[in-house]
Design a binder for this molecule. Structure first.
Ligand code: C2O
Length: 348
């Protein structure tokens, strides 16, 4: 039996465990920091609230802002920890075992398929959003979400599908460009003869199953405990498996061996759609808690709460973030646009 929080150490970042036929770059570790990490502090309560809105329903003005922000991020020098290149590498580092476990150098840190899935990605997006806002000079910038849990949001948002544009990624499945609806169970083959209406219905039932039926306890929703000394992949939570993982496969390019970019951990962050996808994954954490406030509660285990990860903030300072820091989005000064949840009535 192991105990204690999982602590990330920048000095323990090394080679990634990459699949065969991976595409460069092969080194995912962040740039070194000349000073030790500072501890996370909450943003000032007087900061404007960043509202995260539905990607497919953004006003032309907000869509142009988002696109411009990503273009500015892509234009930063690759050595800048805030650059798109380095932001993509963050996902690679935490998701391919580049970090070793403190005290257990033979074991790597893999945040997927564990109880860190939600808090790690929340912290990742928190800084991604703040960096984009900083580049725009807009402290109210909110990262849009891909509203795949609502029928009108199930196609890939069209802004991603314009070839050559800043949000486009050539390493995607061309058959899944809009207006085709997401298949939340996609595993490599498109279902023949399925109408958009049937697909939407199946997806709504998947949402109900994964957020209600299969998510009655914290470990069922979040994933299994993972402490120093544990082997990676103790078990994923309900939402991580469906639809999260399958959204990844659905986006990736089947002509590539590993379904790059979105279909595999090491390269998922290279596709700009990763971030609005995870904005909705993060929104589902809020939705899950609100659905059943008595039973849908987070872990109270200090090993979870005190585990910590490293990120560079919008000022390029290295920050140590604990899971405990990531539990209250109003303190993090962002919120989600309120959207009707059609799947709540899709009990199978
Ligand atoms: Cu870190 Cu969507 O995966």
């Amino acid at each position: 039996n192991t105990t204690g929080p999982m602590i990330t150490d920048l000095n323990a970042c090394g080679p990634s465990d990459l699949p065969a036929h991976a595409l460069p770059p092969f080194d995912c570790c962040p740039p070194p920091s000349s000073v030790p990490p500072i501890n996370f502090t909450f943003p000032d309560p007087s900061e404007p609230l960043r509202v995260r809105r539905r990607m497919h329903a953004l006003s032309p003005e907000l869509l142009a802002n988002f696109t411009r922000a990503v273009a500015l991020m892509k234009a930063l020098n690759k050595s800048d920890p805030r650059s798109f290149y380095q932001q993509a590498n963050i996902h690679c580092a935490y998701c391919t075992g580049a970090y070793r476990q403190a005290g257990h150098p033979e074991l790597n840190i893999q945040v997927h398929n564990t109880w860190f899935f939600q808090p790690l990605h929340r912290a990742y997006l928190y800084y991604y959003e703040r960096i984009l806002g900083k580049l725009l000079g807009d402290p109210s910038f909110g990262l849009p979400f891909w509203n795949w849990d609502a029928p009108d949001g199930m196609p890939m948002p069209s802004a991603f599908a314009d070839p050559g544009a800043v949000l486009f990624d050539p390493l995607r499945n061309p058959a899944h460009a809009p207006p085709r609806l997401l298949d939340m169970h996609f595993a490599g083959a498109d279902a023949a003869n399925r109408s958009a209406r049937e697909q939407a219905e199946l997806n709504l039932r998947t949402m109900y199953r994964q957020l209600v039926t299969n998510a009655a306890r914290p470990s069922l929703f979040h994933g299994q405990p993972y402490r120093p000394g544990d082997k990676p992949n103790p078990g994923a939570g309900s939402l991580e498996i469906y639809p999260h993982n399958h959204v990844h496969y659905w986006c990736g390019d089947l002509r590539r061996k590993n379904f790059e970019d979105m279909g595999v951990y090491y390269s998922a962050g290279r596709d700009p759609i990763l971030y609005p996808h995870h904005s909705n994954v993060d929104r589902m954490w809020e939705v899950w808690r609100a659905l059943d406030p008595d039973r849908h509660v987070d872990f109270a285990d200090p090993d979870w709460l005190d585990s910590s990860f490293l990120f560079y903030d919008e000022e390029a300072r290295l920050v140590r973030v604990t899971v405990r820091d990531m539990l209250d989005i109003s303190k993090l000064r962002y919120a989600y646009e309120n959207v009707h949840l059609q799947w709540v009535n899709a009990k199978p």
